[in-house]
Design a protein around this ligand. Sequence first.
Ligand SMILES: [Zn+2]
Length: 198
Amino acid sequence: MSPQRIVFDEPIVRAETEKLKFPRICPVCGDPAEDIMPLTVIPNQYKSLRPSMDYVPSFYGRGQNNPIIPVKKTLYIPVCEYHHYTDEGAGQYRSYCIVFDGLALVYLILALLTFGNQFWSAGRLSPWLLLGVGVFGTFLAITFVLFRPGPVEAAVKIIGFDGGLHHIWLQFRESRYRDEFMKENAMTAELVKWIQRA
Ligand SMILES: [Zn+2]
């Protein structure tokens, strides 16, 4: 499989994961930060990235240097009071939501199977079928809202990690914030214009 190359209009940042230092301003609005927001990411859900410069064939370095990849990683991002929130509750709602989505879908399918024939023969919609569509639609909408990234997640987007989790690729929505970030991490971060997915 050939590597997929992604080019960014605005440069993104490649930084050392361990030495990561976020500026003391809010990534969303730029106000002075008063709170810290943990952003937990599960690196395994990202494919490892490789910057253009040190391209190595994909079989190299796999397993040898970094046999253990942590299951998750928490970034601590200073934010202003207004944009501070925790998503501890949301995680729970999300799992309920998936269950209800499934139930609503099952109901919808059953309703289709049961009343679908009637619809085609009689040419009118069964109220049960309409109810199924309505319920399923409602749950989809709720799911969309619950899974929508928060303002901080939207302002600090994690593009990916390298295999050993030594580097992280971040995309900042505000260029001012990116400048500040580069100042804070002058020794360990660099701007990149494009990445290559393995
Ligand atoms: Zn803010």
